[in-house]
Structure formats: structure tokens, C-alpha cells
Design a protein around this ligand. Structure first.
Ligand code: SAM
Ligand code: ZN
Ligand code: ZN
Ligand code: ZN
Length: 306
């Protein structure tokens, strides 16, 4: 659980920063840390009404994301390894340094990631438990020049390390569409649709909305040249954790961003670049990357019912 700290970090003394006194340090176990996080975020209203480190069930969700449904592995003496561990069906997910294997190689991330879970016989020190350990780096919410709030790291993050989740209310698709339709171009959009292409053309769709109830991931802005990669990771539930990993080494003070189109994960589906979609004006992108496509990615399926 993230521990929130109101102490100002060194970067906050810089003049151009209008920084919330909102910092997240590495996890400390226990309910106290969770309560501290909740109350500190609540006091930061209207930015985020309710802090949750994990997904919560929202209207229309097919599955309660807090319910544990997976059986565990039986690895009591040997370490969890592919071939013997039932949680590692394809390959090892992480290396000895808690880094996601093959990060950035798109083919590798089509492979689903299942971590060991509450039912497993292995210990808490098992190498197949990374996202469930929570925040490991000191992060800070800050005010950007053009994009509203953003999130940055105050310490070095090596490529492949887990940074944070994108957690919020899990919605059904109709509710996600209903909420999207209530938004105007002036509103920040936090609703995220993740589609995983599984066997025989089947698609698993997950809709997350951290607008009112969410975690620090909601402050992540989009970049056309991102330093984070979002990977669905399953622990106890079929509802995936939307885990963000460092796609490259990230220096202290760098803003953390991912590509809202999921382009790292899926191939681009040839979006247009004329600034309009379904007649709706698209938002300009201020990511500042050389490869910037000028507009924020747009998920047309969320705007067209059916
Ligand atoms: C998930 S929120 C990110 C946090 C948001 N900046 C805030 O203040 O809470 C997404 C919204 O942030 C803004 N945003 C994110 N990335 C941006 C970018 N590259 N350029 C312009 N605006 C961006 C847009 O308003 C977008 O709808
Ligand atoms: Zn195991
Ligand atoms: Zn296991
Ligand atoms: Zn851009």
C-alpha cells in the first residue's frame, strides 16, 4: 500500500512547479499505510475523491475484481519455474532483479502474465510476485505546463521495473460509454478500455475509470514517445491489473508517461490525424516528442454504442 508523505521533495522548491504536497513512497505493509493514503488523497479534492490502490467493482462490471478465483501452485520446496509451477504456464515473467522480461519486444507482451497468488504454496519471496508488492519508487504528482497534473519519479527507475498500476472502478461497457458521452472536450478523460486478443478471435475487454476512485496512475499523461509500457497482469482475479513498467531507464525528475493508444502493446490501428473523429474534436497532444502525432489517441468504440 502506498504511503503518502506531505514532506516537500527537492524538486518542489523549483519556481515553475506548482506541486501538490503529494508524494508516494515505496510500500509499507499494513492497513495504517492504506488509511494514510486514503485520507491524504481525499484532502486533495477535487483532484481525486477516493484513493484506492486496487480496482473496485463499479456499475455493470461482470466480475468483482476483489474476488480471488485462481487456484494456486503447489511449489513448497522448489522455486516457481516454468514446467513445474502451474502459475508459470509459458515462461518466467520477471528476472532476478524484478524486471519484466523482454520489455519493449512486442511479441513477448502478447504472452499473458500471471503472478503467484494468495492460494499459492510458495513464499512471499517468490520471484513471480512483483506487481502485488506495490509501489517501489518515490513518485510525485506535479502540475505540468500544458497537460494539467502529471506524475514524475524522484528516483532512478531501471528499464523493466514495475512502476505503478492504473487502478479504479471496473465498469461494464455500457456504463463506460455512458460516462464517456457525458464528457466534453474540456474534461480530462480517465476512462481506459483495454482489449486483449485471446485465442480464436475472442477479445477480453476491461474498462477502468479512476476519475473519482482511483490510484496515482490516473495522473499519468500520454506521450507519443513514452517511458512506460502498460501490461495486463493477473494475480487473484481474471480482471487484470493494468501494470505500468519502465520501457527504458528513467532518470530522477522525469515525467512518467505511457501511450494511451496501447501502441506498445497492440499494433496501431491506423488512426486518422485530422483532429476529428465521429465529428468530435480531438484534443491536441502536448507531449513534445519528435514523433508526436499531434492529437491524443481516441478510442472510437467508446463513443459509438454497439
Ligand atoms: C488520465 S488524465 C491525466 C492526468 C491529467 N493531466 C490531470 O490533470 O488529472 C488524461 C487527461 O490529461 C490530459 N493529457 C494527458 N496527456 C496529454 C498530452 N500529451 N497532451 C495534452 N493533454 C494531455 C488530457 O486532458 C487528458 O484527457
Ligand atoms: Zn509456483
Ligand atoms: Zn504460484
Ligand atoms: Zn504527442
Amino acid at each position: 500500500m502506498p504511503q503518502l508523505c506531505a514532506a516537500l521533495g527537492p524538486l518542489e522548491s523549483q519556481k515553475e512547479d506548482r506541486t501538490l504536497p503529494l508524494e508516494l513512497r515505496r510500500n509499507t505493509p499494513g492497513a495504517l499505510a492504506r488509511r494514510e493514503a486514503s485520507s491524504a488523497f481525499a484532502s486533495a479534492e477535487p483532484v481525486l475523491r477516493k484513493y484506492t490502490p486496487d480496482h473496485v467493482e463499479g456499475p455493470g462490471a461482470d466480475t468483482d475484481p476483489t474476488q480471488a478465483v485462481f487456484p494456486g501452485c503447489a511449489c513448497t520446496t522448489a522455486p516457481c519455474l516454468p514446467g513445474t509451477c502451474s502459475c508459470l504456464r509459458w515462461q518466467e515473467n520477471y528476472d532476478d532483479h524484478l524486471r519484466l522480461r523482454g520489455i519493449g519486444a512486442e511479441a513477448d507482451h502478447a504472452v499473458p502474465v500471471f503472478e503467484c497468488n494468495i492460494m499459492c504454496q510458495c513464499s512471499d519471496r517468490c520471484r513471480n510476485r512483483v506487481v502485488q508488492r506495490g509501489l517501489q519508487f518515490h513518485l510525485q504528482v506535479f502540475q505540468t505546463d500544458l497537460k494539467g497534473w502529471g506524475l514524475r519519479t524522484l528516483e532512478f527507475i531501471p528499464k523493466g521495473r514495475f512502476v505503478c498500476e492504473y487502478a479504479g472502478e471496473i465498469l461494464g461497457s455500457s456504463e463506460a460509454q455512458r460516462r464517456i458521452h457525458l464528457q466534453t472536450i474540456h474534461d480530462s478523460n480517465y476512462i481506459l478500455a483495454v482489449r486483449e486478443h485471446v485465442s480464436q478471435g475472442q477479445v477480453l475487454a476491461t474498462f477502468v475509470d479512476p476519475t473519482h476512485t482511483g490510484n496515482v496512475g490516473r495522473f499519468l499523461n500520454h506521450s507519443c514517445a513514452p517511458n512506460l509500457l502498460m501490461v495486463p497482469v493477473r494475480i487473484d482475479s481474471m480482471v487484470p491489473k493494468l501494470a505500468l513498467f519502465a520501457a527504458k531507464d528513467i532518470l530522477p525528475g522525469e515525467e512518467l508517461c505511457y501511450d494511451y493508444s496501447g501502441r506498445f502493446l497492440n499494433r496501431s490501428d491506423g488512426e486518422d490525424k485530422d483532429g476529428l473523429d465521429n465529428g468530435k474534436l480531438r484534443k491536441p497532444c502536448y507531449c513534445g516528442a519528435k514523433s508526436c502525432t499531434a492529437f491524443l489517441p481516441y478510442d472510437s468504440s467508446l463513443y459509438c454504442p454497439g
